[in-house]
Design a protein around this ligand. Structure first.
Ligand code: GLA
Length: 676
């Protein structure tokens, strides 16, 4: 596999972060460059919040100070990423053009302030952001030290301005080919007499002010918000693409952020970058944190699976918006850094370089703190910077997987919109990582895919709670299994189409031949209620044991599927809880209950083996150890990450015995060299 760099101009691992020179004086800039050199901070990301200083009044641009900063960085042999400033327009701008400010669901337009507070649908805002972006591209686009464009900052939220409402109606017209009858049918608006008589009657859903009882509408609004945000993003990118076609473009994403379908966005970007803040609720010392963050890294990585990605932001210490600003314990920063590299990152960038004296984030962790650079944090950042040189051969290499795990934004929205089978959170965002955890425990590498991704490169595909299905995905899965793939799906899958209409023929209908099952009904359990899933002796997967079921138990009837486990309790005792069905050259499995994770551990490890998935390592992983491998044509690097507070020892034929300290990693090359 050939190496693929984020920008071949600088084919190394990047180490840098958000730098806000607009807050400081030239003397501090000099000090910054000196400290950047000392800490091997190679890439400064600038400009996202500098609009007010770059254009202090309308049409009056001041690039002099920025030229000086860029010169100093260049002389100091640093690189830079340039942000476009759309996230925070100047106050004069909002006052002059109030229609460019965001409108809330209740129709009230916001006042100037905060950030990402713009009307995504405003043609004027698009024009004005293109103007400032053009100026930036003209001035810095050909700079030899410019590595990438960073569009805006964490696009998010929804806008309910008249512009956006009308765009939504247009979007619906286009989706339904101008056929209002088709929309009414798809949304089943005859229920409660919600039938629309004209396109203008359709308002966006908007909790708690608007329609919340038309599921198809709710999901379509979210689809629209993604498309509208992409449209805005493409408008911003226009002058950059035109003037600097060779400079790669990204925007900083937010992992599992629910509001945008990042898969759609990713198609328009040259590389993926994202902001990881893993400990808002729990300390970093909790091993589950590393699974959760690993899942998010793999989710982001899989948006462009053949390319490395950039960790655009993480904190060298803690974030000021955490519930508790616990400090990163000594060594934890290094561990978080190695963990990201192991998942395919080609760069580690901080928020932020220098702590701001005032403002919302004055207490947020930074490389250079209010106490200066003679600090533990600065030293730990220096250590990471120096150590990155050891790993430089990693740059351009990627992570390969034979297992795909489905995490689909549209499905997530449909599940959220569904009123039942329990109220509130159906825990899709927790359930998919539970399956991920079991796969990681089994020592296999996992890509996180969506319903539009091709399954060709995989041997095993796992689709938990695949509630809302698009026809193309159903066909892709059938093709995949027919050709020899192994597939697992679960309770609550295949219930509704992409408009949240229950499939004709009932739950599971569109793939009941594939699964060899029909589904009759689903029992939702109260919090303190449980059932048991008992594996049958002699089942073809060779799984044994009894496991607790909670929350969801689906009652299914095999047509051709083999029952592998059954429910023990309730009136549906004896009905299948796990099944397998041969279909073409492959097998499709169904797990009809939410269960304790121990069942997932054993089931997924058996399935990976049955599907012929190769393991990342040739030995059983001790508890709490994650194994990740990065590969390129000439190299292979194995990371063994100990996420526990206790030391651990691995023993393998190939590597012998290696002991790994708590929150530490063994990093091994193909030539059996231990490089960390
Ligand atoms: C986000 C933003 C940054 C900063 C950090 C603080 O990721 O992109 O500008 O506010 O959060 O954690």
């Amino acid at each position: 596999m050939r190496k693929s760099y984020i920008n071949p101009k600088f084919p190394s691992l990047w180490h840098g972060g958000d730098y806000c020179p607009e807050q400081w004086t030239p003397e501090i800039w000099d000090e910054d460059v000196r400290l950047m050199q000392k800490s091997r901070f190679t890439v400064a990301t600038m400009g996202m919040f500098a609009w007010a200083k770059l254009e202090p009044s309308e049409g009056v641009y001041d690039f002099g100070w920025f030229d000086e900063v860029v010169d100093k960085l260049t002389k100091g042999e640093r690189w830079f990423i340039l942000g476009t400033p759309s996230a925070a327009p100047p106050a004069w701008f909002s006052n002059k053009y109030p229609e460019t400010l965001r409108t809330r669901p209740n129709g009230v337009r916001q006042r100037h302030g905060n950030r990402v507070n713009f009307n995504i649908g405003s043609a004027l805002y698009r024009e004005k952001t293109r103007e400032i972006n053009r100026k930036l591209a003209e001035r810095y686009g050909n700079h030899p030290r410019l590595l990438a464009w960073h569009l805006s900052n964490e696009y998010n939220g929804e806008d309910y301005s008249q512009d956006s409402i009308e765009q939504f109606r247009e979007w619906l017209r286009s989706k339904f080919n101008n056929d209002l009858g088709a929309l009414n049918h798809a949304y089943w608006t005859a229920f409660w007499g919600h039938t629309y008589g004209s396109w203008d009657e359709i308002d966006p859903p908007g909790t708690p002010y608007g329609e919340t009882a038309v599921q198809g509408l709710t999901v379509d609004w979210k689809r629209f918000v993604t498309d509208q945000t992409i449209d805005f993003m493409l408008s911003e990118a226009e002058p950059l693409r035109e003037l600097t076609p060779d400079v790669p473009i990204t925007t900083n994403m937010m992992g599992t952020y629910p509001g945008l379908d990042y898969r759609k966005m990713a198609k328009h970007l040259d590389f993926i970058s994202w902001d990881s803040y893993p400990a808002p609720k729990k300390p970093l010392t909790d091993p589950q944190t590393w699974i959760t963050v690993g899942f998010r890294h793999d989710l982001m990585r899989s948006l462009k699976p053949d390319k490395p990605w950039l960790l655009m932001e993480y904190t060298p210490s803690s974030a000021n918006w955490y519930d508790v600003m616990a400090l990163k314990r000594p060594g934890m920063h290094r561990f978080e850094s190695l963990h990201a590299l192991a998942h395919g990152a080609d760069g580690l960038q901080y928020f932020q370089w220098r702590q701001s004296r005032g403002g919302q984030e004055q207490f947020h962790g930074a490389v250079v703190s209010h106490s200066g650079s003679n600090t533990r944090i600065f030293d730990e950042v220096c250590e990471v910077g120096i150590e990155l040189d050891t790993f430089n051969n990693l740059a351009g290499s990627t992570v390969k997987s034979e297992v795909a795990l489905l995490f689909d934004w549209e499905n997530r929205w449909a599940l959220e919109a569904a009123c039942g089978p329990i109220q509130g959170d159906k825990k899709y965002e927790e359930t998919v990582p539970d399956f991920y955890r079991a796969l990681i425990k089994a020592g296999v590498s996992v890509d996180i895919v969506g319903q539009d991704d091709s399954l060709d490169r995989y041997k095993l595909v796992v689709a938990p709670m695949a509630y809302s299905l698009r026809p193309t995905f159903i066909e892709e899965v059938k093709r995949f299994v027919k050709n020899g793939g192994h597939f697992l799906t679960t309770y609550l899958s295949g219930w509704v189409d992409e408009n949240s209409l229950v499939f004709e023929g009932g739950f599971l209908a569109p793939w009941s031949e594939l699964l060899g099952l029909t589904s009759e009904e689903l029992d939702a359990l109260y919090k303190d209620q449980t059932n048991s899933v008992d594996f049958l002796g002699e089942n073809s997967l060779g799984v044994a044991g009894q496991f607790q079921a909670t929350e969801f138990c689906e009652i299914v009837h095999p047509t051709t599927a083999e029952p592998l486990a059954v429910f023990r309790g309730e009136f549906y005792a004896g009905s299948p809880a796990v099944t397998g069905n041969k279909f073409g050259a492959g097998v499709a499995y169904y797990l009809a209950a939410r269960t304790e994770t121990a069942l997932l551990d054993v089931l997924l490890s058996k399935l990976a083996r049955a599907a012929g998935v190769s393991s990342v390592v040739d030995f059983e992983l001790p508890m709490g150890v994650m194994a990740k491998k990065r590969e390129a044509e000439d190299s292979e690097t194995l990371f063994l990450l100990n996420t526990l507070s206790e030391p651990t020892v691995i023993t393998s034929e190939k590597w012998g015995s290696i002991s790994i300290a708590p929150y530490n990693a063994a990093v091994l090359t193909k030539s059996r060299e231990l490089i960390a």
